[in-house]
Structures are given as C-alpha cells and as structure tokens.
Design a protein around this ligand. Structure first.
Ligand code: ADE
Length: 237
C-alpha cells in the first residue's frame, strides 16, 4: 500500500499540508516531529526536517525505517538559475545533484559522491509525471522539468550563482533535494523534488526572498496535495 513521505525544510513549507491532514498523530524523532495521517485520502507522513543536507537526509532515513514510506516528495522553495524561471514558477526534478560536493582531486566528476554510481540522482518517472501534471494544473504554462542543484548555502551572489550553473547546469538551487535523493536511492525508495521559485539567487535575492517565500511555499504545497490525490487515484485504479 502506498505511503507517501512528504518533507519540507521550513514551517512555511509544510504548514498548509499539516492543516489539511486527517486523523493526524505525531511522533518525535531526532529532534523533528513526524505527522502521520491522510492527505487527499492517501496515507502520508509529513515532516519539517530543518534546513540543509544533514537534516534532510536523517529525516528521510527515519521516514524509511520507522514509517515504511513507499514514496518520497520534497516540497519547498528555490532560487532560480535560469532566465526562463520567474518567481512563482515551478520546477519538477528530472534529477538532482550537489553543487558543493568536490572529489575532483581523486578523479571523480564534479558533484559525484564516491561510492555512488551517478552524479545526478534521477527522480522516479511516475512520480515526475504526477508532479508535472499537478504543477501544470496549479500554475499552467509555468512548470519546468530538469535538474535541481543542492548545497549547504543560500545563494544570493551573481558570481556564486554563475559557478553553480557552470558546474551543474541546474534550473534552480536549494538546500535539501540532493540529500533527500541520495538517501532515497540508498533505500530504494522512489522520489521527486518539487520546488517553487522564491528568488533569483543573485543580488536581488535578499529583497525578493522575504516577500515571495510564503507565496511560493504555499503554491508548492498545493501541488503536493494534488500529487497525493493522483497517487491515491493510481492506487485505486
Ligand atoms: N531556497 C530559496 N532560495 C534559495 C537560494 N537563493 N539559495 C538556496 N536555497 C534557496
């Protein structure tokens, strides 16, 4: 039976979903609260993991070990790395990689974690399809599918942004996706990363971010709810 793990880093990224859950119970683990219940009729576990890669990875492991989730989605906001992505637009991960992982000295491609056989972790095709359909329904004509670049850094400087683009060819940047993807891969759990653009990851980011954080985060949560609905329909079919 499908059980969807839903991860957001910040309160603003999970609060609408928590408010919409039915039959909610809570369990504390490793400093985070895991909420189990139903969303749009689908069994889900929602957690606010906190910012950054370590917080994200450990919450995925708890979702796998203690809750037995069968699928994972990460909902949240991101800085745009593409001139074609405006604030409020949506990105669905085709794949996701680290922009701050460098073992090039030892002959690995930039971003590759030694021991992993890919540099960019591919999202699950079916989840990607559901997420894209859900995103298009919420904000028609404003969704792109592509690479997401993750690292432990809020990007707000044009030079840093440019380097990340060159190193990853990502559409947007955020701080958890690749860690969620890597942990999902190691547990053989299908995942997709879903992000709404809150800023342009340059010198306008400091101004844009506080203004658009909430709008973008809530838009992404709306898409996540619709994704849960589609997963439920697929299971019932
Ligand atoms: N999340 C939202 N905007 C971001 C940015 N500019 N850098 C990293 N993470 C983000």
């Amino acid at each position: 039976m499908t059980k969807l793990g839903i991860i957001g880093a910040m309160q603003v990224e999970v609060e609408t979903l928590l408010g919409e859950m039915e039959g909610r119970t809570a369990l504390e683990k490793a400093g985070s609260t895991f909420y189990e219940g139903n969303l749009a009729g689908l069994p889900v576990v929602v957690v606010q993991c906190g910012v950054g890669k370590v917080n994200a990875a450990l919450c995925v492991q708890v979702l796998c070990d203690c809750f037995g989730v069968t699928h994972l989605v990460n909902t949240g906001i991101a800085g745009s790395l593409s001139a074609e992505l405006d604030i409020g637009d949506l990105v669905v991960s085709r794949d996701v990689m680290y922009h701050d992982f460098d073992c090039v000295h030892f002959g690995y491609p930039y971003g590759r974690v030694p021991g992993m056989d890919v540099t960019a972790f591919p999202a699950d095709e079916a989840l990607l399809g559901y997420a894209f359909a859900a995103a298009e329904a919420v904000n028609p004509g404003h969704t792109k599918v592509g690479r997401i670049a993750s690292g432990d850094q809020f990007v707000a400087e044009p030079g840093v942004k440019q380097k990340i683009i060159e190193n990853t060819h990502g559409l947007c940047t955020e701080m958890e996706g690749a860690a969620i993807a890597q942990t999902a891969c190691r547990n053989a759990v299908p995942f997709v990363i879903l992000r709404a653009i809150s800023d342009k990851a340059d010198d306008s980011a400091e101004m844009d971010y506080p203004t658009f954080e909430r709008i973008a985060a809530h838009r992404c949560a709306q898409v996540t709810r619709s994704l849960a609905k589609q997963l439920k329909a697929a299971e019932d079919a």
